[in-house]
Design a protein around this ligand. Structure first.
Ligand code: SF4
Length: 662
């Protein structure tokens, strides 16, 4: 019997219409757990680096992690993996909501889709019955509208639907996949779905999931729920309110926007609006939010309610979560009310709320700079908000200037020439990063930005505070119940971290400490992403219910795998290294790991080089950020080492002085 997982994948070839239910090898679970781990393995095995993102040979994998569908609170993530049309590396975007648990109950851990349908279709997965259905009538429909139409067609309101909007159909490189209460937004996975001619995947499942040791597991789950309740009463003092509790940043519940509005860029600017926030704006935005928010909502099996139903006069009701509340507002130098209104249209179109507003602001700056002309924007309204609606419509239809902007700022910059490339100043690995504009470099964040492949700051930060507490007393208070640290030394790192002086950024935390902190944070993300656990209850917030000390027992009780901290860490290193190797095989090197120049005003080139050198060594990678042969063999990835060597990727390059021997 298989526990926690179903033991079956769906393999679907949209070119031939072939659908297969395939039993999976239990050894894969032992090696990679599930979710991101097994997806990375499938991509490594089946998508060679020559495959283009929109090629029928690219895979699109919908994966429910190992704990999804079990009673573990927060285990509801769908991990969607493919090759990104933006970065040309692996994309793995995650969505919460209800889709992945439904897939597990239908009897599958993963849906692996290849090929390209000659006409627009949707998948209907209903337990053992799987159909590829005509979707001609859904062409051009919004993502939410598509879900409603499919539910009506199937006459079952409980069907969970993951769908693309017009942006995905038109292969916009930052198109998202939307489903009810969440979306998988980053790196253009919706565009890959559109290139396959796949409008939606609808799922309904009625089967049970086996648990290896049910009584023990339920006890752990109850413990997690109790802790969530306790933590709810104890926000972390000295931390901004939206980050002081659990879950995603609590932007739907609270108005706490001073930090974002004064430390992130507005539009495509290079400067901050340091004096933007005021009592008057706080009150006005509170009024806007409270009048627009119908109610707070949660994902499957979670009490946290991080999302909200938003309803604005004249606009259909929709769901919003997290920082997307501000992205359109700030891109257009506008007001929160505008942000709530345009986000509805953008959600129906299915675009990434981080990238899309930045791309539109970038387009307008190209016009202001004279790189593009009024002719390129013929028909655009003159008012600021009208410009953004107009641009959004052009981009998702790939009409006129929108066709170039639909590729994102990096590729549009390449197309328009050097001056335009310089204005695309907020990219890393060819995609739009969160638009930080901070003063002093933080070494931990530098490493996370530079080397992370999850492509989202909120998904690469973690259980170590983002900034030092102001006083020693606050630090001492924080570490008192900090049971989450993998080692007691992390408490001392925090106790000694000062806002100013010798023990402050950028030289403290030291290089070695920064490597250890980033490695811990990244480890937690890779565990979550293999389990399908929401980062909001584990790798993202301070003092979460899931951590490295209780995870092995929880996973073991659910799955029957015999795990302790060391073996869980080993599996996690294997998954992380496989993602890195997949991207190395597609050309990722040290040169790609450069955060935007203006993310921090004060930069330290020698320190940054040293941070990268030491972090690579810490991870067992060579000086180009490529896992060494020894590391790969230690992790049971000898086949990866052989291929990287055969392709000449693991040969020490003369252009990389100090490269570790592989
Ligand atoms: S913590 Fe928030 S985002 Fe995460 S599963 Fe719960 S409701 Fe969803």
């Amino acid at each position: 019997m298989r526990y926690a997982e179903t033991g079956f994948n769906l393999e679907i070839d949209l070119s031939t219409g072939n659908v297969e239910r395939v039993e999976t090898d239990p050894r894969l679970t032992e090696l990679h757990l599930g979710g991101l781990g097994v997806s990375a393995k499938a991509l490594w095995d089946r998508v060679p680096p020559e495959v283009e993102p929109f090629s029928p040979d690219n895979l699109l994998i919908f994966s429910a992690g190992l704990l999804v569908g079990t009673p573990a609170p927060g285990a509801n993530r769908t991990i969607v993996s493919t090759v990104s049309p933006q970065t040309l590396f692996m994309a793995y975007s995650m969505m919460g909501g209800f889709w992945a648990p439904e897939l597990k109950h239908a009897g599958y851990d993963n849906v692996i889709i290849r090929g390209k349908s000659p006409k627009l279709v949707y998948l209907w997965i209903h337990d053992d019955k799987v159909e590829i259905r005509d979707a001609a009538h859904l062409s051009g429909k919004g993502a939410g509208e598509t879900s409603e139409l499919i539910r009506a067609e199937l006459r079952d309101p409980k069907v969970q639907v993951a769908a693309i909007g017009l942006a995905g159909e038109n292969r916009v490189c930052f198109a998202s996949i939307e489903q009810g209460k969440s979306s998988a937004s980053r790196l253009g996975i919706g565009g890959v779905m559109g290139a396959k001619g796949l409008k939606a995947v609808a799922v309904r499942g009625t089967k049970d999931i086996n648990i290896a040791r049910p009584a023990e597991f339920i006890e752990y789950c109850n413990g997690v729920l109790q802790y969530i309740g306790v933590r709810d009463q104890r926000p972390v003092p000295g931390v901004m309110p939206i980050l002081a509790g659990l879950g995603s940043p609590q932007e739907m519940k609270l108005i706490d926007e001073e930090w974002h509005t004064t430390n992130f860029m507005w539009g495509n600017s290079r400067t901050r609006r340091k004096d933007f926030w005021s009592k008057e704006i706080e009150e006005r935005w509170r009024g806007t939010q409270e009048s627009s928010r119908r109610r707070l909502i949660s994902c499957h099996n979670c009490p946290m309610k991080c999302s909200a139903i938003i309803s604005v006069p004249g606009v259909a009701t929709y769901m919003m979560k997290c920082f997307s509340k501000l992205t359109y507002t700030m891109a257009a130098y506008s007001d929160l009310d505008f942000g709530f209104r345009i986000a509805q249209r953008a959600t129906e179109y299915g675009v990434d709320a981080f990238s899309a507003p930045q791309v539109m602001a970038y387009g307008l700056e190209l016009l202001e700079a004279g790189i593009l002309t009024a002719q390129d924007f013929a028909g655009m309204p003159s008012d600021n908000e009208g410009k953004f609606y107009w641009l959004l419509d052009r981009i998702v239809r790939r009409e006129g200037i929108g066709d170039v902007l639909a590729d994102g700022t990096y590729w549009a910059g390449k197309r328009f020439g050097k001056a335009a490339e310089e204005l695309a100043h907020n990219n890393i690995k060819k995609h739009e990063q969160l638009p930080l504009k901070l003063g002093m470099l933080n070494p931990v964040y530098f490493l996370m930005y530079a080397t992370g492949e999850k492509s989202n700051i909120t998904q690469i930060e973690g259980q170590f505070p983002q900034a030092p507490f102001l006083t020693r007393a606050e630090r001492e208070d924080f570490v008192k119940d900090w049971i989450h640290v993998p080692d007691e030394k992390f408490k001392q790192y925090l106790l000694d971290w000062e806002p100013r002086g010798e023990h402050s950024n950028p030289y403290y935390p030291t290089v070695q400490m920064s490597c250890e902190i980033v490695d811990w944070q990244e480890k937690m993300h890779y565990i979550d992403d293999a389990l399908g656990m929401c980062a909001g209850l584990s790798s993202f917030p301070l003092k979460p219910p899931y951590h490295i000390h209780n995870y092995p027992a929880i996973i073991s009780a659910a799955s029957g795998l015999d795990l302790d901290e060391a073996s869980l860490t080993h599996i996690t290193r294997r998954n992380r290294t496989l993602v890195r190797a997949f991207n190395n095989r597609r050309g990722l090197t040290r040169a790609d790991e450069a955060p935007p120049q203006d993310h921090w005003k004060k930069r330290f080139p020698e320190l940054e080089a040293k941070l990268l050198d030491e972090y690579y060594k810490f991870k067992g990678w060579n000086n180009q950020g490529i896992p060494t042969k020894e590391t790969l063999h230690e992790l049971g990835l000898g086949y990866v080492a052989d291929e990287l060597a055969a392709r000449g990727i693991l040969t020490a390059s003369p252009a990389a002085p100090g490269a570790a021997k592989d």
